[in-house]
Design a protein around this ligand. Structure first.
Ligand code: SF4
Length: 365
C-alpha cells in the first residue's frame, strides 16, 4: 500500500471504502473497481467518476478495505474488513513525556486542525460489528474539544463491541471529570493505565512530570471506587526493573480489585529510541526481573499477561501469558526465526526494536 498515488485526484482529503465490484456498494463513499476502471462514488445515486485504469492499482486493495486519500491522492490503508480491532486515536497531546514513550516529544506537539472532521468521517465509514475498540493517544482525555462527542459517537455506533481506553490515568484524579467520562463510556470499558513504579520519584522520573504518580494513583483509586475495570500496565525498562516486586506488592495492597496486571516490553521508537542507552533492557533480562513479581500476582489470583515479549525470551511455563500484542503491520522476526518451531505461536517483535536493538533470538528446536 505504501507509495500508492491516485493520479488526477481532485476531491480533497477523503475516507473511503474499497469495493471490488459495484454490487457490493452501499451508501458509503466508495472506490470501486468496475471492469478495468477505478471509480470514485460519493453517494449511492452516483454513477462514479473514473479515476484511472485498474492496472495502476493492481492487487493493492482488498474488498472492504477502508482507505484514506490525501489531497494529493496519496493512499493509506486504515482498516481491513477482516480485522476485528480498531484504534481510535483521539490526540497526540500528552501531559506526561515518558522517557520510553514510542512517540517523540516533537510528534506529540504537532497539531492538525482538520483532524476532528477526518476522525468523524472515519468513524462513520467503519463497519459497526468490530469486536474491539481501542481509544488511544497521546493522552485521549486531553482531546477535550472532541473527547465527549467522539465517545458518544462510538458508544452509539459500536453497541456490541468491547472498549479499551489507554490513558495515563491522571485526568481521573478529578472525580467530576471521571463522572463525565463514565457517563459517556460504554459499560465494561477497560481502562489500561501504566504505573511505572511504587516509588513516586521513579514513576515521576519516567514520566518526566512531577506529581504524575499522585495523580495516576488517585485516578486508579477513583476508577476502582466507581467499579470500573482497570488494567495496570508496567512497561519494563532499566529505570524500574529493580523494583518490580515492590511495585506489585503496592498494587496488591492498594488496588486489590484490579482486573489484571500486564508487563510490557518496550517499542523502540520516539523517546524510547532516543533514550535507548538509558532505558533498554534485553527481553530475557526483563522477563527474569519480572518473574518474582509475576509469581506473586498469580499466587494472589491476579491475571497477568506479557505484552510484546517474543516467546524465546520467556520461560516455557509462562508462555500462556505471552499475548500476541503487536499490531500486525508492526510485527517483525529476525532472519534466524525462520527455523523456529514456535514461530506460528510467537507474537514476534516490533519492527523498530528489531532494527535498533537486534535482539539475539533463540529459535526453538
Ligand atoms: S526465535 Fe523468533 S519466532 Fe522463535 S520464539 Fe524467538 S522471536 Fe519468536
Amino acid at each position: 500500500m505504501n507509495n500508492v498515488i491516485i493520479p488526477n485526484w481532485h476531491f480533497g482529503e477523503k475516507v473511503l471504502i474499497f469495493r471490488s465490484d459495484r454490487s457490493k456498494c452501499d451508501e458509503r463513499p466508495t472506490i470501486i473497481l468496475d471492469g478495468n476502471k477505478l471509480q470514485y462514488k460519493c453517494k449511492d445515486s452516483d454513477i462514479g467518476k473514473i479515476l484511472c485504469s485498474a492496472e495502476l492499482i493492481d492487487g493493492m486493495f482488498e474488498d472492504g478495505m477502508i482507505i484514506s486519500i490525501s489531497e494529493r491522492g496519496e493512499v493509506e490503508c486504515l482498516h481491513h474488513e477482516s480485522k476485528q480491532e480498531i484504534d481510535i486515536f483521539m490526540t497526540n497531546k500528552c501531559n506526561s513525556n515518558c522517557i520510553m514513550c514510542p512517540v517523540s516529544e516533537y510528534d506529540r506537539k504537532k497539531s492538525d486542525e482538520r483532524y476532528v472532521e477526518w476522525l468523524k468521517e472515519y468513524i462513520k465509514i467503519l463497519p459497526s460489528d468490530v469486536s474491539y475498540i481501542n481509544i488511544t493517544g497521546g493522552e485521549p482525555t486531553l482531546a477535550l474539544d472532541i473527547f465527549f462527542e467522539i465517545m458518544e459517537l462510538l458508544k452509539n455506533k459500536f453497541q456490541n463491541s468491547d472498549f479499551q481506553m489507554l490513558s495515563n490515568g491522571r485526568s481521573f484524579a478529578d472525580i467530576f471529570f471521571l463522572n463525565s467520562v463514565i457517563a459517556c463510556t460504554p459499560i465494561g470499558t477497560r481502562f489500561a493505565i501504566p504505573l511505572h513504579s511504587s516509588d513516586r520519584s521513579i514513576h515521576d522520573m519516567i514520566t518526566q512530570s512531577e506529581g504524575s504518580f499522585e495523580q495516576t494513583v488517585r485516578g486508579i483509586r477513583n476508577l476502582l471506587n466507581k467499579k470500573q475495570k482497570v488494567e495496570i500496565r508496567i512497561v519494563i525498562s532499566k529505570k524500574n526493573c529493580d523494583r518490580l516486586t515492590e511495585t506489585v506488592l503496592y498494587i496488591l495492597k492498594h488496588f486489590r480489585d484490579v482486573f489484571c496486571v500486564n508487563f510490557i516490553a518496550m517499542e523502540m521508537m520516539g523517546n524510547a529510541a532516543v533514550n535507548r542507552k538509558e532505558v533498554w533492557i534485553d527481553y530475557d533480562e526483563a522477563f527474569k526481573k519480572a518473574k518474582t513479581a509475576i509469581d506473586i500476582l498469580v499466587n494472589e489470583g491476579v491475571d497477568v499477561q506479557l505484552y510484546n515479549f517474543p516467546l524465546c525470551f520467556v520461560e516455557r511455563g509462562y508462555w500462556q501469558m505471552a499475548a500476541n500484542s503487536i499490531t500486525d503491520y508492526k510485527i517483525c522476526y529476525m532472519d534466524e526465526c525462520k527455523d523456529c518451531k514456535v514461530k506460528a505461536l510467537c507474537g514476534g517483535m516490533f519492527f523498530s526494536t528489531k532494527y535498533i536493538m537486534r535482539p539475539k533470538v533463540k529459535p526453538v528446536e
